[in-house]
Design a protein around this ligand. Structure first.
Ligand code: FES
Length: 103
């Protein structure tokens, strides 16, 4: 599956994603500046992304921990997600997201 990524400069990329790992892990291997300092344990929010609205219903809902942490970020919006909390699956082929600004 592919992920359609808009980086912090507004440039769009189509990346080949691996399934069974998180979206964050797929993003981290590229040059998008996703630091993922906590390694995916939902405590740093440096994997913050904005998911295109059309894709939001296809994702597993936020856990309480994710909702709380992402809600504390400066740039959070209704379509904010922590990409380490989204597991990449084949049916997410075409998932479109934007990397959130650095805090
Ligand atoms: Fe730290 Fe997602 S990688 S919260």
């Amino acid at each position: 599956p592919k992920i359609r990524v808009t980086d912090r400069e507004g440039d769009e990329y189509l990346i080949e994603a691996d399934v069974g790992i998180s979206v964050m892990e797929n993003l981290r291997d590229h040059d998008f500046g996703v630091e993922a300092i906590c390694g995916g344990c939902c405590s740093c929010a440096t994997c913050h992304v904005f998911v295109d609205d059309a894709w939001l219903p296809k994702l597993q809902p936020k856990s309480e921990a994710e909702a709380e942490l992402v809600g504390e970020t400066i740039f959070h919006k209704p379509n904010s997600r922590l990409s380490c909390q989204i597991r990449m699956t084949p049916d997410l082929d075409g998932l479109a997201l934007t990397i959130a600004p650095e805090e």
